[in-house]
Ligand binder design. Structure first.
Ligand code: AMP
Length: 307
C-alpha cells in the first residue's frame, strides 16, 4: 500500500445559491481518495459508515482502484451526516447539522497491508482517531498530511494540537488558520502554526488559490477562474487528494515538487466544484486533467525583462 487515506465517508445535504441536494454521498475521505486516484493506483481508505451507505458508491470507489478493506460497515448504524449552506459568494458557508452517528464510537483498525504506507493522508475526522491511525503504522510514513476544520478546533483543541504536532504538512483554509493562530496576517499565522509541529503549511483560500509555506519560503498558486461553480463542498479535500496523490506518484517530497503538487491539488478541486457532490470527480478523465493543468500553466506564465 502506497497511500493510506483516513477521513469521513458520509452523507451531505448541501444548499448553494444554485440548488439543493439532500443526502448525497460525500465525506472527506471520499473526496480525497477519488482525487488521489487520478495519480496513484495504490490507495486504501480507513473509515466507517452505517448500513445505510449505498453499495453503488463502494463499487465506484473500488473501480477507481481504491481499496476499502479498512472501511468498517456498522450493522444497523447510520453514516456520518453533515449539512451546510453556502453564502452568495460561495467562499463562506454555515454548518447546519453535524451528526457523528457511527463516527461517535469509531475505533479505526488499520489493515495489515496498509501499515507500511509511504504516504498517510489524515482527512477531516476526530483528532483522536487520526492519532490512533498514526500510532498503528508499522513505520513512520515518509509524509503525513493533515486536514482539519473549525469544528475540531472548537470542540477538541488539545487533542487537535497533539495531532498537529505529529504531522509534516497541515492544510487548512484561511479563516481556520486565523482561528488556530489568533493572528489575522496569514504570514504571522503561518509562522505561529509552523511552530506547532508541521514542517509545511498549506492555507487554502477558495477561489483565491492556495499558499504553501515552509519556515523559509512561500509559494502561491491561483485557482482557475471558472464560469460555473455549483458546489464548493469537498474542494478542500479534493485539493488534499490531488496534492498527496501527486506526491505519492512522484515519490519526491521536496519543496519544489510540493509546488507542483499544489497545482495538481488545485486542478482536482477545480473539477470537484463543477457539479454537486462527487459527481464530477467520477467522470473526469486523465485527458481532462492534463488540459486543466495546461490552463494553470497559461494562467500564470508571463515574461518580464528587468532592466
Ligand atoms: P470540504 O468542503 O473540503 O471542507 O469538505 C466537505 C466534506 O467534509 C463533506 O463531504 C462532509 O461530509 C465532511 N465534513 C463536514 N464536517 C466534518 C467534520 N466535522 N469532520 C469530518 N468531516 C466533515
Amino acid at each position: 500500500m502506497s497511500l493510506l487515506v483516513v477521513g469521513t465517508v458520509a452523507f451531505d445535504s448541501i444548499h448553494t445559491p444554485f440548488g439543493k441536494v439532500e443526502k448525497t454521498v460525500g465525506g472527506a475521505a471520499t473526496y480525497i481518495a477519488l482525487s488521489a486516484s487520478f495519480f496513484t493506483k495504490d490507495s486504501g481508505i480507513v473509515s466507517v459508515v452505517g448500513e445505510d451507505f449505498p453499495h453503488k458508491t463502494l463499487h465506484e470507489l473500488k473501480k477507481k482502484n481504491i481499496n476499502i478493506d479498512g472501511l468498517q460497515i456498522i450493522k444497523g448504524g447510520k453514516s456520518f451526516y453533515w449539512s451546510g449552506k453556502y453564502h452568495e459568494d460561495l467562499n463562506n458557508r454555515d454548518t447546519l447539522v453535524t451528526e457523528l452517528n457511527v463516527l461517535a464510537d469509531f475505533n479505526p483498525v488499520v489493515p495489515e497491508q496498509y501499515k507500511d504506507a509511504d504516504f498517510l493522508m489524515l482527512g477531516n475526522l476526530t483528532p483522536a482517531v487520526q492519532q490512533s491511525v498514526i500510532n498503528q503504522m508499522s513505520r513512520r510514513p515518509k509524509l503525513i498530511v493533515l486536514d482539519t476544520m473549525n469544528f475540531w478546533m472548537e470542540s477538541m483543541p488539545d487533542e487537535l494540537a497533539k495531532t498537529i504536532s505529529m504531522v509534516d504538512v497541515l492544510t487548512i483554509n484561511d479563516s481556520e488558520a486565523r482561528q488556530l493562530s489568533g493572528q489575522y496576517s496569514l504570514l504571522k499565522a503561518a509562522r505561529h502554526i509552523l511552530k506547532m509541529g508541521p514542517k509545511y503549511l498549506i492555507i487554502k483560500k477558495g477561489e483565491h488559490g492556495a499558499l504553501l509555506f515552509d519556515s523559509k519560503q512561500v509559494f502561491f498558486a491561483p485557482a482557475i477562474p471558472l464560469e460555473e461553480v455549483f458546489d464548493p463542498t469537498g474542494a478542500g479535500d479534493s485539493f488534499a487528494g490531488g496534492f498527496i496523490g501527486y506526491l505519492d506518484k512522484t515519490k519526491d517530497i521536496s519543496f519544489d515538487n510540493m509546488k507542483r503538487a499544489v497545482i495538481f491539488g488545485s486542478a482536482a478541486a477545480s473539477f470537484c466544484v463543477e457539479k454537486f457532490g462527487i459527481d464530477r470527480l467520477l467522470e473526469v478523465s486523465e485527458e481532462d486533467m492534463r488540459d486543466r493543468i495546461k490552463e494553470f500553466i497559461n494562467l500564470v506564465q508571463f515574461d518580464i525583462q528587468l532592466a
